[in-house]
Structures are given as structure tokens and as C-alpha cells.
Design a protein around this ligand. Structure first.
Ligand code: ARG
Length: 565
């Protein structure tokens, strides 16, 4: 906060030797508040100014004209430290308070820019497993964060709705069930047929020929085959939509792999014309030896196209349809090679968006008992994880506050919120070991902890009634604890913008916990609802700003903010 203003006075003090921009990018927020609110490390200018850092700090300090929100500036070695006037800073809260949740509180840096975000991208005919949790909630958070900053975010669910597995499933349904039966069943039933198929096909290799033939019939537009396919898709989407609703996830497009059936040929044409396609055992590939990568396989010997072929067509389609500024793929790091190959092939094709493609990779999720969602391990369904978290949350809520009305609804908010929050807590790339007890700990770095803090603010605001910022006695929120809260509040924009820039929602998650911790420290040491009018108004204002900011952080992360808990 105030970086711009400070940078300008520094530039003026340097008499043109430093630009405001140079000064601004050098400014740091000191770790300890006794070092001030902002620090200028002058060694960064030693080379350009040809002076020792302490001398630079001293000279700048002597020439500074301090704005009124700065109480003093002091040199410490090669540093020039700025100490703000706490009351002047606290007055900034009126700006936060005036802002309503609807509009952004941040600079709309993304105006006019479209960001495509490919996330969740589930596979048809498979239940939603925990391996798709991260892509869904990280993608969903980025979608909201970008929109919040004024970008036009386009959420794309690149459904896995193509491939021989659908032929296998048709064979399984025909052998052990029927179209009528499965229409009334759920995705778990479909999955059990699929599992049975794999078991029995080991002894009956001829099933695979039948499956291939059925898939070919889907491809050729055969009516019966496509009716099966349509039912598979319907069953899966019904289940997936339920989960999206719980996770507050939405998409602007569900154009999945099958959508690109008729859009690959023009791309293959470009590849041919540019001499990029080579034959290899009857298949068509793009060789990438020069970049130390295996060839990218695009057409099999039998003429079938692949995942990568569809992604090339999708990239062209997205560029043409959305004219994106960036195209992000929120996909597990297991697909690193796929995306490296894809982006390289697009570059070789002179694709207009090639330099704007980004793989936003993330790590694996496993449960404490070692279960995870790889092919070998036991599969963990996401709906089960959510249900179990909600069930445990309900027990905790019942213990803590047995008279609470709407316990079920609150347990749903807390349980689902806890799961989402934990998937957004670390840097994306870290593998996560999921523990119910840890994510539901009310005293941890968790959703329930922050939700509880929010409910605490809401309760104080209900008790305190309406407040008037004009009557605030600013000295009532200038203690160390209160000032920490104020400073943290002013750091909100920075957290959101960093999250967008690094494609790391964890900056918002961690910000929320930080703000909650600071507020709680203040809350323990200070009464909010007191008789003194000036104190009351100042503290209610502070509490209201915390509540509004936490509420916004939650909405960016996709978590509910219950008013009571
Ligand atoms: N369906 C794929 C999977 O579950 C993810 C698709 C990611 N998006 C893409 N455009 N390749 O692994």
C-alpha cells in the first residue's frame, strides 16, 4: 500500500536520478514492523548512482518531502525506512468500507483481455474422483480471480468424451445390462460395468474387437451406437453437475474432445503443408528430437486421431472464437510432456497464440491411508470425500453449538469449504496428503477457522448495530494489534493480483488465514462493542472491513461464509 506515493517522493528527492518506477519496484515491505511500513533498499541503486548505499539513503532522506500519511522516514545502513502515521492509514478503511461486494476493489488490470481457462475437464463414463479435485477448484478459483480483476475469463470444460472406452462400455452394457436399465442408474453402476469388462476381457480378447467395432460405429454416426453414447454422457453429466453445484463451479463452454471431430483435418493440413508430419510405422507424427522430446503422435496407423490432435484443434478453435490473451490449462503435472509437445507443435505451426499457452500444473492428492486416484491405487470418489467431510463437520457443529438452527446447511458449508480450502492452500505443484481431521480443525490453517472468524465478525456487527465512520476515533484502532489488521486489509489487492499473476490461488487462501489470525489477535485484546462512541464506531468499522474482505476472499475461492456458526 502507498507504494506509488512513496515512490514519487523518492523520485523527487533524487532530483531526477531515479524514476518513480525504479523506486517503486525497489520498495519492500519489512518483515518486522519496527523497521517501518515500507523500506527502500538503496544498494539496488549503488551501481547507477555510483555511491555507497548508506550515502544514497542519507541524501534521499535529507531531500524528502513527506506526504501527510508518513510520520517519519529514517535511515538504517543502506536502507531508508518509512513509518506511516497509523491514524492516517486507518482512515483508509473508509474506502474499503464504502466498497460493496459486487464490484472489484482492485485495479481492473484485465480490462479488454480474455483468458481461457481449461479446467476440471472430466472424463465421461467415469465417476468424479479425487484426482479431479485440484483442477476443478484451482481452475474455478482462477476463473473468479481473473474475472474479479476485470479480465474476461472463459471457463472451458474440455470433456474427455472420446475414445475406445465408449466402445468397451457398449459391449459391457449389451452383455450384462441394457440401455433401459442403465438409464435409471448412476455413474457408479456404469463404472462397475467398465471394471467388469476389463476383468473379463483378459480371458476374452475378442471383446476388444467388438469394442473397437462399436467405437467405429460411434465415429461413423451410427444411430444405435450414438444413443448409447448419449446416455453415458447424460448419466455422467448429471452426477458431475451435482458436484459442481456443491463446489460452486461453472463453465462457459463444455466443448469436449468429441466437439473437435470435424476440426482436426484443417490443422493436419497446416502440418502437412509445413512439412511437419512424418510417417512412422504407418502413423503420422511430428518429430521433436531437436527439442529432446519424443515424437508427438497425431494420427494412428488405422487413421484414428489422438488426445494431442484434439488439443491442437481446440487451441485453434479457442484462438478463433475467443481471441484469447492467455490460454491456461489447469492439468496435473503428469501431463507435463503432453503440454510441452503440444505447445512446441503449435509454435512450429506458427499458431498465432503459441506464446500465450500455459500449462498450470499441480501435484497429486492422496489420502492419509495411502489411497489415491492413480490406476493402480484404490480410487477415491470425490462425492464420498465431500459427504464424509460434511458428516464430520456436522458432528463438530453439534458439539460446539447444539442450539444452532440450520445445522445441516452450515455443516455442508463447513465440510465442503474445508475440502476446497485445503486443495487451495499450498503452491499448486506440491503433492497433497489429505487428512479429514486436519482440514476440519477449527484452530488450524483451515476453512472452518476462517469461517468461524467471519461468523465472529458478523456476530459483533449484529450486536454493535449501525456505525458511522465519521464518528470514528482513529486512535482506538492504532494499537499494534489493530494496526496489523489495518495493514493486512490494505494488502488485499496485492494478494489477489499476485494470485492471478502467478496463477496461484494460494495467495488468496493464505491471505484469508493471515487476516483472520490478525483479527483474532485484535479481538482477544480489545472489546468491540463499548460505550464510548468514537471507539465503538472505529472498532465496528474495522470489524466490518474484515468481514467484507473475508467474504470476498471466500467468494473468490468458492467457499460459503455462514453468518453464524
Ligand atoms: N480429460 C483429461 C484428464 O482427465 C484432462 C483434459 C485437460 N485438458 C486438455 N485440453 N487437454 O486427464
Amino acid at each position: 500500500m502507498f507504494e506509488k506515493e512513496i515512490a514519487e517522493v523518492v523520485a523527487a528527492a533524487s532530483a531526477g536520478a531515479l524514476s518513480a518506477q525504479e523506486a517503486e519496484s525497489a520498495l519492500e515491505i519489512p518483515k518486522e514492523s519496527k523497521m517501518g511500513d515500507l523500506a527502500l533498499p538503496c544498494f539496488k541503486f549503488a551501481r547507477t548512482l555510483r555511491k555507497a548505499p548508506p550515502a544514497i539513503a542519507a541524501e534521499l532522506s535529507a531531500a524528502l518531502e513527506l506526504p501527510d500519511f508518513v510520520a517519519k522516514a529514517e535511515t538504517a545502513g543502506g536502507y531508508l525506512n518509512f513509518f506511516f502515521d497509523r491514524e492516517a492509514v486507518a482512515r483508509k478503511l473508509t474506502e474499503i468500507d464504502a466498497w460493496s461486494g459486487e464490484s472489484t476493489r482492485c485495479e481492473r488490470e484485465g480490462e479488454g483481455k480474455t483468458v481461457c481457462i481449461d479446467y476440471s475437464s472430466v472424463n465421461i463414463a467415469k465417476p468424479f474422483h479425487i484426482g479431479h479435485l485440484s483442477t476443478t477448484v484451482i481452475g474455478g478459483a482462477l476463473y473468479r480471480i481473473f474475472n474479479y480483476l476485470g479480465y474476461n475469463a472463459v471457463g472451458i470444460n474440455h470433456l474427455g468424451d472420446w475414445g475406445t472406452q465408449f466402445g468397451k462400455l457398449i459391449v459391457a452394457v449389451k452383455k450384462w445390462s441394457s440401455l433401459d436399465e442403465i438409464a435409471g442408474k448412476d455413474e457408479y453402476f456404469l463404472n462397475s460395468l467398465y471394471v467388469r469388462y476389463h476383468k473379463e476381457a483378459e480371458e476374452h480378447p475378442e471383446y476388444d474387437d467388438e469394442a473397437r467395432a462399436w467405437f467405429k460405429r460411434i465415429e461413423d454416426g451410427d444411430k444405435e451406437a450414438n444413443e448409447y453414447f448419449r446416455v453415458f454422457k447424460e448419466i455422467t453429466m448429471r452426477a458431475v453437475e451435482k458436484i459442481y453445484k456443491r463446489l460452486k463451479i461453472r463453465f462457459d463452454s463444455y466443448a469436449g474432445e468429441s466437439f473437435y471431430n470435424d476440426k482436426m483435418e484443417p490443422c493436419l493440413d497446416i502440418l502437412r503443408k509445413k512439412g511437419l508430419l512424418t510417417e512412422s510405422d504407418g502413423a503420422q507424427v511430428v518429430r521433436l528430437d531437436e527439442w529432446d522430446m519424443p515424437p508427438c503422435l497425431l494420427v494412428k496407423a488405422d487413421g484414428a486421431t489422438l488426445y494431442a490432435t484434439r488439443d491442437i484443434a481446440a487451441a485453434y478453435y479457442r484462438k478463433q472464437t475467443y481471441d484469447f490473451y492467455k490460454c491456461l490449462y489447469v492439468v496435473a503435472y503428469q501431463q507435463n510432456l503432453h503440454f510441452k509437445q503440444l505447445f512446441k507443435v503449435l509454435e512450429l505451426m506458427d499458431f498465432a497464440g503459441a506464446k500465450d499457452m500455459e500449462h498450470v500444473a499441480f501435484g497429486m492428492v492422496s489420502l492419509e491411508d495411502g489411497a489415491m486416484s492413480t490406476r493402480g491405487g484404490r480410487v477415491v470418489w470425490l462425492a464420498e470425500v465431500l459427504d464424509k467431510a460434511v458428516e464430520k463437520a456436522l458432528k463438530i457443529v453439534e458439539e460446539k453449538n447444539p442450539d444452532l438452527p440450520d445445522k445441516e446447511a452450515i455443516a455442508e458449508s463447513v465440510g465442503v469449504g474445508a475440502v476446497v480450502f485445503s486443495a487451495l492452500w499450498n503452491n499448486r505443484i506440491k503433492d497433497i496428503v489429505f487428512s479429514f481431521d486436519k482440514v476440519l480443525n477449527f484452530d488450524g490453517e483451515t476453512a472452518p477457522y476462517v469461517q468461524y472468524t467471519y461468523a465472529r465478525c458478523a456476530s459483533a456487527l449484529r450486536k454493535g448495530g449501525a456505525y458511522d465512520a465519521k464518528k470514528a476515533d482513529w486512535s482506538a484502532i492504532s494499537s499494534e494489534e489493530a494496526y496489523d489488521v489495518v495493514r493486512c486489509l490494505l494488502g488485499f489487492e496485492d494478494a489477489v493480483r499476485t494470485a492471478a499473476r502467478l496463477r496461484e490461488p494460494c495467495f488468496v487462501t493464505r491471505y484469508a488465514v493471515d487476516l483472520a489470525e490478525k483479527f483474532n489477535r485484535f479481538y482477544i485484546g480489545h472489546r468491540i462493542v463499548v460505550d464510548d462512541e468514537g471507539v465503538l464506531n472505529a472498532r465496528l468499522l474495522l470489524t466490518s472491513c474484515v468481514a467484507k474482505t473475508l467474504h470476498t476472499a471466500f467468494s473468490l475461492l468458492g467457499i460459503d461464509a455462514p453468518e453464524t456458526m
